[in-house]
Write a new protein. Structure first.
Length: 89
């Protein structure tokens, strides 16, 4: 790994030492452990479909005031625009 600051001296007399850690192996191991914990039945596309269904349910059946607040939050960029920009009926 290239040093972050190549001008930093590695002189014991100065009290400063170049120090770097390559975490690539640890990151690969962490990712493998996460995937093993999820198991072979994990389906990321199904998880995304379920999340979209949950959002649709969350913003469904809003009354007029709630719809206005929802529209304001979408306009402010707090919530993403979905479909035609209106909460599901």
């Amino acid at each position: 790994m290239a040093p972050q600051n190549p001008s930093l001296p590695s002189d014991p007399a100065s009290g400063l030492f170049e120090f770097s850690i390559d975490l690539t192996a640890q990151e690969v191991q962490r990712q493998a452990q996460v995937l093993a914990a999820l198991g072979p039945d994990w389906d990321p596309m199904e998880v995304m479909r379920q999340e979209e269904a949950a959002y649709a349910l969350l913003y469904s059946g809003l009354d007029e005031r709630q719809q206005r607040v929802y529209d304001d939050l979408v306009a402010a960029g707090v919530l993403p625009r979905r479909g035609d920009g209106r909460a599901a009926a």
